[in-house]
Design a protein around this ligand. Structure first.
Ligand code: UD1
Length: 452
């Protein structure tokens, strides 16, 4: 099947997710490949002039969109299960299509590899989750220090290298902030540059290391990924590879919270325990038991009641912003007052209003949310405001009394591979229905047996 046809769910439908809360979860869940790795690595496809294979690619709308962008640039992709074969021998276009890039911020990261391979790239300014201004100045300044001319006009970033041999040049780059995307863009651009590039104050996220490992498996020379200084010695050409994407630590953390918030015992694999250090520490802090059962398998045993804690989101290895909303859902039901400070994005607390609709007691002051634990949440109609907010509402729905109905599922489908199915197998009661069916109050909960 062509990757560009593959969509796990319809993108713009009017379906809603109904959840009947208070079910105890039980069993094992398989964690999919990491969304953020897959997206960056797919952008990295532009660097490789040979065929190559990616394994453990999650089935997500964002991955489909990235596939469509690569197709529009002339790249061929073929998907079979979680394997994607990519042929980027002939890149026919140096301009990424606006309609697609505007829906997916990660597609902007293609500017680095495209510029490195073709000497020219035209990429519209990106969209993505509505969680702040999300500028691309660090990407642009880094490319400029590598010798690129960059013009931004009419919402389009046009980057090019002039001269008879249009090749980027190695440079010393200091990032004002350890941006994940800027680190990835510049690291990819530097793989084919002339000379050595150093990125100081680089992002240390596992997905950056995964991208570096992928590039190295194609013959790139990248050292230091996973630390705050990355050194890239440019090579003239990369070659074919067969690469396995790491497990999704945000999906794993979402399931850990699902276990805690429903006071259940579940296990998950594959995971990389080190990638979950901050999440595991917070879960233990509030009284949940998290046990490393095997090298790549975790078990969570939720406590009957959890205690409050404070969370501040930070670049890795700090507490991830992508897990903030899910932990907020959990803390709404924990005893005492928790403070959550969102320092990475300036507008990432929009789920507060929706959680409050379900009976939570959360007040926002600037980028801090003060969460006073309540004894119960009650199911309500709510709207997902971004990707991780949608997961937080699912978690709140699992713990709430009665029925929760979540709208805005296109956010959920962007980043979770079969979340509903995986939850259902654990014993959650939930179903996706068309909106008009929701209006019909005769709609009743499915029997437990039918949702297994
Ligand atoms: C990536 C992740 C996203 C995660 C985020 C932070 C992908 C596809 N997405 O997004 O899930 O939430 O890291 O861990 O990997 N910034 C600038 N100028 C820039 C770039 C970023 O000011 O040029 C700011 C952003 O506005 C934001 C902060 O830096 O406030 C962090 O952004 P960044 O690390 O770049 O996030 P993304 O790479 O977009």
């Amino acid at each position: 099947m062509s990757l560009t046809e593959l969509s796990s769910k319809p993108e713009a439908d009017n379906s809603v997710l109904q959840i009947w809360g208070k079910q105890t979860l039980k069993g094992h869940v398989k964690i999919s490949g990491a969304k953020n790795s897959a997206l960056a690595i797919m952008a990295g496809a532009l660097l490789c002039p040979d065929d190559f294979r990616l394994r453990n690619v999650p089935s997500l709308v964002d991955v489909t969109r990235m596939g469509q962008i690569l197709s529009a640039l002339g790249i061929k992709l073929e998907r079979n299960g979680d394997i994607v074969d990519i042929n980027a021998r002939d890149i026919g276009e140096s301009k990424a299509p606006y309609e697609l890039v505007s829906q997916l911020r990660a597609s902007f990261f293609a500017i680095g590899p495209m510029l490195a391979r073709l000497g020219v790239a035209r990429v519209p300014l990106p969209g993505g989750c509505a969680i702040g201004a999300r500028p691309v100045d660090l990407h642009v300044r880094g490319l400029q220090s590598m010798g690129a001319d960059v013009q931004i006009e009419h919402g389009m970033v046009h980057a090019y290298v002039t001269g008879p041999n249009p090749r980027l040049k190695g440079a010393k780059i200091y990032l004002d902030y350890p941006s994940v995307g800027a680190t990835e863009t510049l690291m990819m651009a530097a793989t084919l540059a002339d000379g050595e590039t150093t990125i100081e104050n680089a992002a240390q996220e596992p997905e950056v290391s995964d991208l570096a490992n992928f590039c190295n498996s194609m013959g790139a020379k990248i050292r230091g990924a996973g630390t705050n200084t990355i050194i890239i010695s440019g090579v003239p050409r990369l070659h074919s590879t067969d690469y396995n994407i790491i497990p999704d630590r945000v999906e794993a953390a979402t399931f850990l919270v699902a276990g805690a918030i429903t006071h259940s015992e579940i296990s998950l694999s594959p995971i990389v325990p080190d990638h979950l250090t901050a999440a595991i520490a917070k879960l233990r802090d509030i009284g949940a038991k998290v046990i490393l059962e095997d090298r790549d398998c975790l078990r969570i045993i939720g406590a009957q009641s959890h205690m409050a804690t404070d969370i501040e989101t930070l670049p890795y290895p700090g507490f991830p912003t992508d897990m903030q909303a899910q932990f907020m859902a959990l803390l709404t039901l924990s005893e005492g007052t928790s403070t959550i400070s969102e320092t990475v994005f300036e507008n990432r607390l929009r789920h507060v209003a929706e959680l409050n609709r379900m009976g939570a007691d959360i007040r926002v002051k600037g980028n801090h949310a003060i969460v006073r634990g309540v004894s119960m949440l009650s199911g309500a109609p709510v709207v997902a405001t971004d990707l991780r907010a949608s997961a937080a509402l699912v978690l709140a729905g699992l713990a709430a009394e009665g029925k929760t109905t979540i709208k805005g599922l296109h956010h959920l489908d962007r980043g979770y591979d079969n979340l509903e199915d995986k939850m259902r197998r654990l014993g959650a009661k939930l179903q996706r229905v068309q909106d008009d069916a929701v209006a019909d109050e005769a709609a009743t909960a499915p029997a437990t047996a039918s949702v297994e």
